[in-house]
Design a protein around this ligand. Structure first.
Ligand code: HEC
Length: 90
């Protein structure tokens, strides 16, 4: 690969990385801290209870507290966004 193309590829990879990292991070947080009481099936079941973005935020905050998970507000936000993108689509 010519050096200029290599540079361009490196820049694109660097710019694209944060979004991917946030995604992987959120999934790992859920796997690590959120599977004690329910699995991912509650996010997509037919009679799910969350019906709005504020509701999703509140639910994640409550569940983080009962799970005893020590998440930063950024981590909580990343999980809310991940769940919304993947399951809820508000
Ligand atoms: C101590 C037990 C417990 C843990 C640990 C837990 N949850 Fe929950 N979660 C619940 C219960 C109970 C419900 C409600 C289930 C129901 O309504 O039948 C629920 C429901 C939810 C819902 C709503 C699903 C719907 O109906 O739309 C979300 C979102 C959620 N949890 C996220 C999380 C996240 C994120 C974590 C990790 C921080 C987590 N939960 C860990 C107990 C827990």
């Amino acid at each position: 690969m010519p050096f200029r193309q290599f540079l361009l590829a490196a820049v694109i990879a660097t710019v694209a990385l944060p979004a991917v990292a946030a995604d992987i991070n959120a999934r790992r947080l859920i796997t690590d801290d959120c599977t004690g009481c329910h699995g991912n099936e509650v996010f997509s079941r037919q009679d799910r209870t969350v019906s709005s973005m504020p509701g999703l935020k509140a639910r994640v905050r409550n569940c983080t507290a009962v799970a005893g998970a020590d998440w930063s507000s950024n981590e909580m936000q990343a999980v809310v966004e991940y769940l919304n993108e993947r399951y809820y689509d508000f």
